[in-house]
Design a protein around this ligand. Structure first.
Ligand code: GLU
Length: 331
C-alpha cells in the first residue's frame, strides 16, 4: 500500500511538472504560430508553377521574421485558382488578368456571380495566346484549324476561353468547325507528337518548357501567328498585342517569322479574407528581392516594379496597398 501510495505521489508530481512544461511550450507555440499559405499555380510544365515556387522560396527565406510557411500547389490554373481562393481552399493564386477582370465583374465563367472578395496583389510576366500546330496537319493560319482536332484547354484553365475567343474572332465555331479537346496543357505536347491532336492552345509566358517540348519533337510544329487582333482588342479590354520571341524556340518550323498574337498579364490574386499582414509580407518580400525573384525563371526576367502594378482590375488587397504606399509606388 505504502509503496503504491508513494508511486501515486510521484506520478502526480511528474504529471504536474509535465503539465506546467506543456503549458509553457503551448504558450510559446501560440506566440510563434506559423501561418501556412498555399499558392495555386497551374500545370507543372507551365510558367505559373515555377513562378509560385519562386514566390514561396523568397517568402520562406524570411520564416524567422514573419512565421509564414508558403507552399505551392499544381492546379488546373487561372479559373480553378480563383474559385479555390474564393472558397477558402487556397490563400493565393496566379490568374490571367482577363480572368481576374471577369471574376470580379461577374462575366464568363462567373456570369451573374461577381466575386467581390477577389483582391489583386501584383502582376507577373506577360502571357501570350500560343497556338502550336503540327506542320503535316497543314495549319498555317487560324482558318486552317477548321476540320482539325485542336486542344482548347482543360476546364479550369484560363486559356480555354482565350482559344475560343481567338477562334470565334476568326469566324470558327468550336462546336461545328473543329473537334475541340479539353485536355491539360501538360499533356498536349505528347498528344501532338503521338498524332492524336493536330494542335493546341496554351496561354503562357515565354520561354516555356511545354512549347519547347512540342516544337522540339519528331513531328514538326510551328507557332501560328494570330495577326488580326483588332476585333479582339476592341471587344475585350484585357487583350493586347504581343510578340513571341521565336529565338526561344529554335526548332519550330517558323522560327524566323515575327509571330504576333494577343496576350495579357499573369497576376497574383488573393481574397479579402486573407489577413493584411500576410499579404503585406508577401508583397514586400517580392518587391524588395525583385532581382533575385527575376532570376528564378527566365519568363520573369522582364519584370519591373511599375509593370507589376498594371493589369490589376480587382481592388488591391489592403496589405499590398500598404506596401505600395510605403514604397512610394502609389499615392
Ligand atoms: N495561363 C494559363 C491558364 O491560366 C496557365 C499558364 C501557366 O501555368 O503558366 O490557364
Amino acid at each position: 500500500m505504502k509503496h503504491g501510495g508513494e508511486s501515486y505521489m510521484y506520478k502526480t508530481l511528474i504529471a504536474a511538472v509535465l503539465g506546467v512544461a506543456l503549458a509553457f511550450s503551448g504558450a510559446g507555440r501560440a506566440e510563434a504560430k506559423t501561418t501556412f499559405i498555399t499558392i495555386g499555380t497551374g500545370g507543372i510544365t507551365g510558367v505559373y508553377y515555377p513562378t509560385g515556387g519562386a514566390i514561396a522560396k523568397i517568402v520562406n527565406a524570411k520564416k524567422d521574421k514573419y512565421n509564414i510557411r508558403a507552399t505551392v500547389e499544381s492546379t488546373g490554373a487561372s479559373v480553378f485558382n480563383i474559385n479555390a481562393i474564393m472558397s477558402g481552399d487556397l490563400e493565393f493564386g496566379i490568374a490571367q488578368a482577363d480572368r481576374q477582370y471577369q471574376a470580379y465583374n461577374g462575366l464568363s465563367e462567373w456570369e451573374g456571380k461577381p466575386q467581390k472578395d477577389l483582391r489583386a496583389v501584383f502582376a507577373l510576366a506577360p502571357e501570350a495566346v500560343t497556338f502550336v500546330a503540327a506542320e503535316d496537319a497543314g495549319i498555317k493560319t487560324l482558318a486552317d484549324a477548321k476540320g482539325k482536332v485542336i486542344n482548347l484547354g482543360n476546364p479550369g484553365s484560363g486559356n480555354r476561353q482565350n482559344a475560343i475567343d481567338v477562334l470565334q474572332a476568326a469566324g470558327i465555331n468550336i462546336e461545328k468547325d473543329l473537334k475541340g479537346e479539353g485536355i491539360k496543357a501538360a499533356d498536349a505536347p505528347r498528344m501532338v507528337q503521338d498524332g492524336r491532336i493536330d494542335g493546341f492552345f496554351y496561354t503562357v509566358g515565354h520561354p516555356n518548357g511545354n512549347i519547347k517540348e512540342a516544337t522540339a519533337g519528331k513531328r514538326k510544329c510551328r507557332i501560328v501567328s494570330i495577326p488580326d487582333i483588332a476585333p479582339l482588342t476592341k471587344a475585350f479590354p484585357y487583350y493586347s498585342l504581343t510578340h513571341i520571341d521565336m529565338s526561344q524556340y529554335p526548332e519550330a518550323t517558323n522560327k524566323d517569322e515575327d509571330v504576333t498574337t494577343v496576350g495579357m498579364l499573369a497576376t497574383l490574386v488573393t481574397s479579402a479574407k486573407v489577413p493584411d499582414d500576410v499579404v503585406y509580407a508577401v508583397t514586400k518580400e517580392i518587391f524588395e528581392n525583385l532581382d533575385e525573384f527575376k532570376k528564378l525563371h527566365p519568363a520573369l526576367a522582364g519584370l519591373t516594379r511599375e509593370g507589376m502594378l498594371e493589369g490589376l482590375t480587382a481592388p488591391l488587397h489592403p496589405g499590398a496597398e500598404k506596401y505600395y504606399k510605403e514604397a512610394g509606388l502609389i499615392k
